[in-house]
Design a binder for this molecule. Sequence first.
Ligand code: DGY
Length: 332
Amino acid sequence: MSAVTRKSIVVAQRIPPNALKTLTSYKGFDVEVWNDDNPMPDDEMSKRLTSASGIFVTLESKIKGDLIKSVGPNLKCVSTMTVGYDHLDVKALRSLGVRIGHTPDVLTDTTAELVVALLMASARRLIESHKCLLSGDVGKWNPNWMCGKDIKGSTIGFVGFGRIAQTVAKLLSSFTVKQFYYATRSFICDETTLASIGTPCERIELEVMLPKCDFVIVLCSSNASTKLMVNRDFLSKMKPDSIIINASRGDVLDQDALIEALTTGIIRAAGLDVTTPEPLPKDHTLLHLPNCTVLPHIGSASVDTREAMAMLAVENLKAALEDRPMPAEVLP
Ligand code: DGY
């Protein structure tokens, strides 16, 4: 292949090695790798947006705002190694002829498992108990100490009911949950999927769902209509003994309202895999509330799943640069 027809690909952060090996083994591409666990800074990204044909990013590369002005005529694809794409201005990129790839499905089970773990950790106060051991604040076995909340017999509500939420429901069903509800703007889950959950699951209005639930699990996408949706009003509709779990995006939840709710008994506890910012600074109030379990956005973090996500992102990029259908393209 002549040098003129070679396409340049930029990988904007260090990625799992097998995916990189696969990418560099493909003929016809010049691959530049930003070989750092921190993403390529915006000024560097700006130059690559102008000159490259394809860019491989993670959720840490925010290609929106002023950076869009740098997009050059060669850019054919931005491939993100994430299922969510709120870090990209999809509309602007598409209007410039840039195709966008993402990584649905391959992370569903791993993320669902983490959501179940976070719910259990929050319900049974795992991190709080561990912190007490570390600080020496544990006495003799005490019938009244560290008592949590059962999943068995509980009512669980989902905000957003996509693939991950459906899988969480299936996993939690084995805990003998009494009832699932889901609140969605327009999505209606098909009967076959609902039947496969194994526990009654019904679509319901959010306002009606919140006061019924022992656990509310937020797994919607972040967009203009969901930003700060979990606010004072939302939390005040939940039961005082209930627990909220957020594994969607940090900006869906108003953290000041959550701190108020957790410290004044409006709700019992919270489990967060996503926050604003990420990571939270170590002196942030949420990290020091005993009834708040916070993780640093590790929903999809298993070795196999991160490898699968990176491979899919590579295949998306290659397909777009070869003008073929992408395995997982973000479509309007
Ligand atoms: C995603 O893929 O959108 C997650 O938040 C990171 O796994």
